[in-house]
Design a protein around this ligand. Structure first.
Ligand code: BG6
Ligand code: MG
Length: 219
């Protein structure tokens, strides 16, 4: 039986835009200052994870215990470095094909929402001039629990009036794929098949991808 597609929820960092590389360089710089080694394997663990949980991961790795004020100061420093890169973003940093795919969904009456852990999402959407493409935006400012908690996607589905098992989540992060599964969603992994092995299927990118192709793969 054909999959009945009601809605799609898109993660932001690493799915719509390649901000994952900016997060990586900023966290690596902070970790280095703290004397904690930080490589791409560490970064993979942090994808989809909130700012505070990311800092806690680095502190745990370095067996560091810091007071709350210091943690806030460190997160602000990391975010300043990150923002210096994000402020300069342009629409040409949107991944190829993602806007065309979203437009196809919308034209077919399929609800489209953002489901991101990032508090910087409004700024990035604005810089890339894509905010108006979403029927609902759920981001780090509207959630309490970080992925793999399903809150961000459940709120997205709620805003669109869709049922999780007829809603598809697009995710590049292990924590995000897990969040989608925890919420009862179908999930498409963007990136490495081994890393995202729990996803329904893996997509290299949106270029040339269609709604028909999506429904086919999930049916
Ligand atoms: C997620 C990223 O989308 O947002 C994480 O994958 C990031 O790397 C998290 O830590 C929070 O982002 P921000 O912009 O609020 O620091
Ligand atoms: Mg992501």
């Amino acid at each position: 039986m054909a999959f009945e597609l009601q809605a799609c929820l898109f993660d932001l960092d690493g799915v719509i835009v390649d901000t994952a590389k900016y997060h990586f360089t900023a966290w690596q710089r902070l970790a280095e200052e703290l004397g904690v080694p930080f490589d791409h394997a560490d970064n993979e663990q942090l994808k989809g994870v909130s700012r505070v949980d990311s800092l806690e991961y680095i502190l745990r790795k370095g067996s560091l215990e810091l007071d709350n004020d210091t943690k806030v100061r460190l997160m602000d420093r990391k975010n300043d470095w990150y923002l210096a890169q994000v402020e300069a973003m342009q629409p040409d940093e949107l991944f190829p094909g993602v806007v065309a795919f979203i437009d196809e969904l919308r034209a077919a009456g399929v609800g489209v929402a953002l489901g991101s852990s990032s508090k910087n999402a409004p700024l990035i959407l604005d810089r890339c001039r894509i905010a108006d493409r979403f029927d609902a935006i759920i981001d780090g400012n509207s959630i309490t629990f970080s992925k793999p908690d399903p809150e961000v996607f459940l709120k997205g589905a709620d805003a669109l009036g869709s049922e999780p098992d007829r809603t598809v989540v697009f995710e590049d992060a292990v924590s995000g794929v897990q969040a989608a599964l925890n919420g009862g969603f179908r999930v498409v992994g963007i990136g490495d098949a081994e890393t995202l092995s729990q996803a329904d299927f893996i997509l290299d990118g949106f270029d040339g991808f269609t709604m028909e192709g999506l429904v086919d793969r999930l049916s």
